[in-house]
Design a binder for this molecule. Structure first.
Ligand code: URA
Length: 201
């Protein structure tokens, strides 16, 4: 078993984001998980706490897990990049060079945890994990990447905050993902109803 890419604060200066970070947000959860979730990048709350998906996006993320009958303790969670990208005092989308600089840590996580499936959250995570640029086309569908774990791209939880119509699509995607998790024998707790967050009747 290789080492998990758990970095000490001073360790990584592969890109310029180290200058403004409080913490490196390493992966968290169960290092033997069969399901890995990969998000985009830390925001303010994550930079302070050092754990992915806090705040409003974190609430949607946890609702998503709960719908799937999963929890933070039964999955592995990481991000395409581990330090907060800032534009002044605001979050911004990670740049290509930052994503590339952080990719070795992501790949190291994937190799070490060795999940059966990687669920990517949003376009950036999908592109970093798959090396492809067809998120819109592939979202909500299972992808076989030769030699690696299966890939299942979902919307990013923060994308759904103000987009009710996309929540319907997310609802459909989650049902599809749930069916796949059952098919490959993932142990799932009792699930919440999709209508609780993602699907409006
Ligand atoms: N928090 C994270 O850890 N990742 C995201 O992509 C968004 C919020």
């Amino acid at each position: 078993m290789h080492d998990l890419a758990v970095l000490e604060l001073e360790d990584c200066r592969r890109c310029g984001l180290w200058k403004a970070r409080t913490r490196i947000v390493n992966g968290s959860g169960n290092p033997r998980a069969a399901v890995m979730f990969t998000g985009e990048a830390p925001g303010k709350a994550e930079d302070l706490k050092g754990i992915g998906f806090q705040g409003q996006a974190g609430k949607i993320f946890e609702a998503l897990l709960s719908y799937l009958g999963l929890s933070r303790e039964t999955i592995w969670l990481n991000n395409a990049i581990r330090c907060r990208p800032l534009n002044g005092r605001k979050n911004r989308t990670p740049r290509m060079g930052e994503i590339e600089a952080c990719r070795p840590w992501l790949l190291q996580d994937m190799e070490t945890v060795d999940p059966k499936v990687v669920v990517t959250l949003g376009r950036i995570a999908y592109e970093s994990v798959s090396g492809r640029q067809d998120f819109t086309e592939k979202r909500g569908r299972l992808l076989d990447i030769s030699g690696g774990p299966a890939l299942f791209p979902l919307f990013h939880p923060a994308y759904l905050i103000y987009r009710r119509a996309s929540r319907q699509l997310m609802c459909h995607d989650l049902m599809e993902l749930g069916r796949y998790l059952d098919e490959i024998g993932i142990d799932r707790a009792k699930q919440t109803r999709p209508g609780d967050v993602f699907c409006e009747s």
